[in-house]
Design a protein around this ligand. Structure first.
Ligand code: FMN
Length: 351
């Protein structure tokens, strides 16, 4: 047995290590999991169009998002309840992201507080993902915790007025065992962890809420879960600093397009006014290069770093990120681009 060489190897290791319920939670999608599969299938429908005899003697994967430096065009996506994957969960993954030179996004539904994660990895750049709660005081409290702990952008998840139906978790008899310390006593006292989302998260959030949230946060807001040109335009009109094309890793509305297939219409609609991110199905450096060619500034990766975390803690997650960086560097060299900025639309074509 060789050491794991790619994200797929880490996925196999994670599957061995996690109990079946946790595996169902992390790996699964909603409904028939058609959209979950489409996230991968969408990448396979685009082919790379390499340009040769370009000077790629020195290739750099470094880039920026919102002016913030990244060692590769990848931000670690928010994933809930990481103590199920590793005893130190979010803190370990934040360490890995910092070691890899990229940004970690902490979920609202994290098993560590924003301050704990910030304290464990001082100096690292972090984003915070927000779910808006029915109780405005709770929303304010969570945003203030992120602001005070120095998070530099707010990823506002907009595709989750309710939770998608994730039958795999039900079949596996899975229940979340961990609380969400950022929610404090409000949540802990009254509710079992698996009910946090259903009972607390607001389903009635609208575009109008974007403005007070941005003002409260005093940081750039990135709506995550945009799948149409129409909503991309609304996001820009309402002051979004960037938009994230996402179907929540196939866990929300089954039957929506693979995220990469929704990317071109969003890129066209925003027409360069804000940066566009995309997530869903990123497992290889070539996926990142395809996303760049279709107009993304960077990708987010959810499950890939979590497989590394489950397999080998912070080291495993850092290694997954480094593998993706090295694969991206090689892919850039082989398509004839010395940096992410040199990737253009003509580097991909339809199969
Ligand atoms: C187990 C799991 C938990 C997630 N939790 C959150 C969350 O708390 N907040 C959020 O905005 N997105 C959440 N997501 C969605 C991810 O941020 C991201 O959109 C998705 O994982 C991207 O697809 P990928 O896993 O194929 O990279 C979660 C995804 C997974 C797999």
């Amino acid at each position: 047995v060789t050491e794991p060489l790619c994200v797929h190897d880490y996925e196999l290791l994670a599957r061995e290590r996690l109990d079946p319920g946790c595996w169902a939670y992390y790996a699964g999608g909603s409904g028939d999991e058609w959209t979950l599969r489409e996230n991968r299938a969408a990448f396979a429908r685009w082919v790379l169009r390499p340009r040769v005899l370009v000077d790629v003697g020195e290739v750099s994967t470094a880039t920026t998002v919102l002016g913030q430096p990244l060692s590769l065009p990848l931000v670690v996506a928010p994933v809930a309840y990481l103590r199920m994957a590793h005893p130190e969960g979010e803190v370990e993954l934040a360490r890995a992201a910092a070691a890899a030179g990229t940004i970690y996004t902490l979920s609202t539904m994290a098993t560590a507080t924003p301050a704990e994660v910030a304290g464990a990895v001082p100096g690292a750049n972090r984003w915070f993902q927000l779910y808006v709660f029915k109780d405005e005081g709770l929303t304010r409290s969570v945003v203030e915790q992120a602001r005070e702990a120095g998070y530099s952008a707010l990823v506002l998840t907009v595709d989750t007025p309710r939770l998608g139906n994730r039958e795999g978790q039900v079949r596996a008899g899975f229940n979340v065992q961990f609380g969400v310390p950022a929610l404090g006593a409000i949540a802990d006292a009254k509710l079992a962890p698996q009910d946090h989302f259903r009972e607390l998260v607001a389903g009635a959030t609208t575009w109008r809420d974007l403005e007070w949230i941005a003002e409260l946060a005093q940081m750039p807001v990135i709506p995550k879960g945009i799948m149409t040109a129409e909503d991309a335009l609304l996001a820009v009109e309402h002051g979004a600093a960037a938009v994230a094309v996402s179907n929540h890793g196939g866990r929300q509305l089954d039957g929506v397009a693979g995220a990469l297939d929704a990317l071109p219409e969003v890129v066209e609609a925003v027409a360069g006014r804000v940066e566009v991110l995309v997530d869903g199905g990123v497992r290889r450096g070539i996926d990142i290069v395809k996303a760049l060619a279709l107009g993304a500034r960077a990708v987010l990766a959810g499950r890939a770093p979590v497989w590394g975390l489950a397999a080998g803690g912070s080291e495993g997650a850092a290694r997954v990120l480094e593998l993706l960086r090295a694969e991206t560097e090689l892919a850039l060299a082989l398509v004839g681009a010395a940096s992410p900025d040199e990737v253009v639309r003509a580097h991909v074509g339809r199969t």
